[in-house]
Structure formats: structure tokens, C-alpha cells
Design a protein around this ligand. Structure first.
Ligand code: GDP
Length: 440
């Protein structure tokens, strides 16, 4: 996501690299480019204007912090201002004190309402809730069926009354939830191709009759400024509690993500990142800003790692990294853990630019860990701890012992060396080294 914008911004910041102090002319030049990049990304015109003005004001004439290069200093300000732009999201559903919590999903046709009703149900179910999906999209012939299929797949009940009036279905579903112990009701409503009075009045009626705790607007990120306009209209008419920004996985520009909050005042609560049921993320402005700036999404990566890593092991590993005692045994362990985190390619995507590229050269063959394991197992303890002692004759012995070639052993050692280098960067608390823009 956001590749287009991200690449342009990184180009701009690269050019700032090496400048001694921040001069007005340099900042102005960089901000001209940032402005163009944001406009091309379909960020709202006024948002861009305010944004650039703020960054300029904070950058020009400022004493650059000792620990940062001028480029990093500007990136830091841009990063902070981007967080501010998208800020305030909680990524949570507010659970009502008295069940059921009623969530109304609204939006235009094709935005992803039905899909996200199911994704939300899936998420809430995992959190120990008992959701009920409600089929109020009576106009699109396949919508009820689609919701039922998804409900079956997730083992979440679906409430439907065919083509009855949506307001009646919604009202009846609350009663149904009450008498069946369902504590969250998620209502999937009908969309239209465009906003019109018929749609709004239908939604106003449902709102009045079920008094939802959360009215969430589902909008397609790929529609850029249209998504922002849609959000503005719905918010004025119905009062939104939040936005679910869908299809972020296909959004190379980022205009909607960056403008919705600033233009409408509504926070983006969730982001849809794929068609699968688990492709729903709480929207984290700080992580989005990092992604847009090509800093990678280190936080998401760490969270993912925590999900699949054994906590005790992770602590041990961290200690080792800090003391730089990372051995080949640990390397093997890491590879196996990383495999559990999902395809290596998807992990690489989340790493900051420089690091991702470095790792790409490492080319971890996902099928090949058995091979690696055999090589490492053929080493002595000393060799595993201090691979530097492995010269030609030892390489031959290890290759023979593991049924591989000297080249295979050499390759593994090289990979290990690169991984060690990368780990050192990871362990460096400054973190900014990851941008590949050393202090000048
Ligand atoms: P509705 O008319 O608003 O109910 O929209 P649907 O839920 O039927 O979604 C329309 C299409 O968008 C479907 O083909 C979905 O699979 C797809 N879709 C929904 N959300 C996402 C998303 O986050 N990423 C991607 N890639 N596709 C999505």
C-alpha cells in the first residue's frame, strides 16, 4: 500500500541528505516536492496546504537536534504531522454497558460493507463476544446470501427477514439478540451507487429505531477524494462514530487515509487490507505514517512476532542481541520462528526500506530450512558460537557431515553474517539508523 506516495517522499528526503544545516531554501524546495507528491496522492487540497505550512514553520531556522541529520529532522516533523492529520483513532468498538451493543454499517454499494460486517463479527468473536449479523441489504439480490455464507464460515448467526422493510428487520434483530444471548448486533445496510435522499432517509429511520452505539461508515480507500466527500456527506446527515477504510491493500496513493480525519473530523477506526476474513486491522495513525514514509511498519512486525514467538524465547533473544551473542543456533531458531509468522515476503514488506532490501539479498529459501538445519547440526558448539573460526577445511567437514556442498556452507555463513548485521541495527535503540541515512 501507498507505494507511489512513499517512493516520491523518500526521493525527496534523500535529496535533503548531506545538507549541513536546514536552510530555508532547502526546506522550501523539499516542501514543494512534498506538496506535489501529496496532491498526486489525491490528498485534499486544503489539507496539503495546511500540512506543508506547518512542516515548514516547524523546520525552518530550527536547531537540528544533535542526534539527527537534517533529513531525519524533517522526516521526524513530517511523521509527527502526519500522525496529527490521521490522529485520534482508537481502533476499538465501544461496547455498551448494557448489551446488545448495536453497530450500524453504512456506505455506498461495493465499498465493502457486507465483507466488513463479517470481518468485524470475526474480530469480536475472537474477543469473546457473541455477535449477530443482520441482513438489511434487501436490494442487492446476492447480499443476504453473501452474508449467510460468511456467517456460516465464521460460525456466527445471521438474522434475516428476506425482503421485509429494513427498519423492521433491524428492530426485530435487536429483540432476537436479546432473547438469544447475542451481545453485539452488526447491521449490514444497503448502499446505493451514489448518495441520494432515499438512502439517507432509510438510514435515518433505522438509526431512529435501533439507536446504534456505533455508526460506522465503510469507504473504499481507492476512491481517494470521493471517499472523503462521501464521508463528509454521511457525517453531516447521520453523525458518524468512525470510519472503516477498506481496500487499503490496493491503495497506492493514500489520499483518503490522509484526508478523511482532517476534512470531516471523523476518525478512521479500522482498515480493511484484503478480502479474507482476518484482513481487518485497527487503524494506527503512527504506523500508517511510518508506512507512508517508508519507515516500514516495525510496530506491526513486532506485534506479529509476539503473536508467534514464545515470549520467554523472545526475551532471551533480545538479551542476546543486546550483548551481541547471537549464534548460529539462534539463527536456526529464528528462521523457524519467522516461518511461523507467515510468508517471508509479507514480513519483508513491513520492514523499513533499507532493512527490507538488505534481507531480500539474504534470500531465505522457505523450503530450505531443513537443509540449513543439517548444516548447523554438523557444526561443533564452538563453531556455532563463533562461526569466524570456520575456514576451508572445516567447511569441507561440515559439508560432508550434512550431505551438502562447501558452497552451501559458505552461503549459510554469509547469510548469517548479514542477518547479524541486520539484527544489530534492529537492536539499536535509535532506530533511525534503519532509514539508511546516517548522520552527516
Ligand atoms: P458492499 O456492497 O458494500 O456490501 O461490498 P462487499 O462487501 O460486497 O465488497 C465488494 C467487493 O470488495 C467484494 O468483492 C469484496 O471481496 C471486496 N473487498 C471488500 N473489502 C476489501 C478489502 O479490504 N480489500 C480488498 N482487496 N477487497 C475487498
Amino acid at each position: 500500500m501507498f507505494q507511489g506516495l512513499s517512493e516520491k517522499l523518500q526521493e525527496t528526503f534523500k535529496r535533503l541528505k548531506g545538507k549541513g544545516r536546514l536552510k530555508e531554501a532547502d526546506v522550501n524546495e523539499a516542501m514543494r516536492e512534498v506538496r506535489v507528491a501529496l496532491l498526486e496522492a489525491d490528498v485534499n487540497f486544503k489539507v496539503v496546504k495546511d500540512f506543508v505550512a506547518k512542516v515548514k514553520e516547524r523546520s525552518i531556522g530550527q536547531e537540528v537536534l544533535e542526534s539527527l541529520s537534517p533529513a531525519q529532522f524533517v522526516i521526524k516533523i513530517v511523521h509527527e504531522e502526519m500522525i496529527e492529520l490521521m490522529g485520534g483513532a482508537t481502533g476499538k468498538i465501544l461496547i455498551a454497558p448494557k448489551p446488545p451493543t448495536v453497530i450500524l454499517l453504512i456506505g455506498l454499494q461495493g465499498a465493502g460493507k457486507t465483507t466488513h460486517a463479517a470481518k468485524l463479527a470475526n474480530m469480536l468473536k475472537k474477543q469473546g463476544k457473541h455477535p449477530l449479523l443482520v441482513a438489511c441489504d434487501i436490494y442487492r439480490p446476492a447480499a443476504i446470501k453473501q452474508l449467510q455464507v460468511l456467517g456460516d464460515q465464521l460460525e456466527v448467526p445471521v438474522f434475516s427477514m428476506g425482503q421485509d422493510a429494513p427498519v423492521d428487520i433491524a428492530r426485530a434483530s435487536i429483540k432476537h439478540a436479546n432473547s438469544n444471548g447475542q451481545d453485539v448486533v452488526i447491521i449490514d445496510t444497503a448502499g446505493r451507487l451514489h448518495i441520494n435522499e432515499e438512502l439517507m432517509s432509510e438510514l435515518r429511520d433505522i438509526k431512529a429505531s435501533v439507536k446504534p452505539h456505533e455508526i460506522l461508515l465503510v469507504v473504499d480507500a481507492m476512491t481517494g477524494q470521493d471517499a472523503v466527500n462521501v464521508a463528509e456527506s454521511f457525517h453531516k446527515d447521520l453523525g458518524l462514530d468512525g470510519v472503516i477504510l477498506t481496500k487499503l491493500d490496493g491503495d497506492t496513493r493514500g489520499g483518503a487515509a490522509l484526508s478523511i480525519k482532517a476534512v470531516t473530523g471523523c476518525t478512521i477506526k479500522f482498515a480493511g487490507t484484503g478480502e479474507k476474513m482476518d484482513a481487518l486491522e485497527p487503524f494506527h495513525p503512527d504506523r500508517m505514517a511510518s508506512r507512508i514514509l517508508g519507515m516500514g511498519d516495525v510496530l506491526t512486525l513486532i506485534e506479529k512476532a509476539q503473536e508467534s514467538f514464545d515470549e520467554k524465547k523472545a526475551k532471551e533473544m533480545e538479551q542476546k542481541l543486546r550483548k551481541q551473542e547471537f549464534t548460529l543456533d539462534d539463527f536456526l531458531d529464528q528462521m523457524q520462528q519467522m516461518k511461523k509468522m507467515g510468508p517471508i515476503s509479507s514480513i519483508l514488506e513491513m520492514l523499513p526500506g533499507g532493512m527490507g532490501k538488505q534481507l531480500k539479498d539474504v534470500q531465505i529459501d522457505e523450503k530450505d530450512t531443513a537443509h540449513l538445519e543439517a548444516i548447523i547440526r554438523s557444526m561443533t558448539m564452538e563453531e556455532r558460537r563463533k562461526p569466524i573460526v570456520i575456514k576451508d577445511s572445516r567447511k569441507k567437514r561440515i559439508a560432508k557431515g550434512s550431505g551438502t556442498s562447501v558452497q552451501d556452507v559458505g552461503r549459510l555463513l554469509k547469510q548469517f553474517e548479514q542477518m547479524q548485521k541486520m539484527m544489530k541495527q534492529f537492536a539499536n535503540p535509535g532506530g533511525m539508523g534503519m532509514l539508511g541515512m546516517g548522520k552527516k
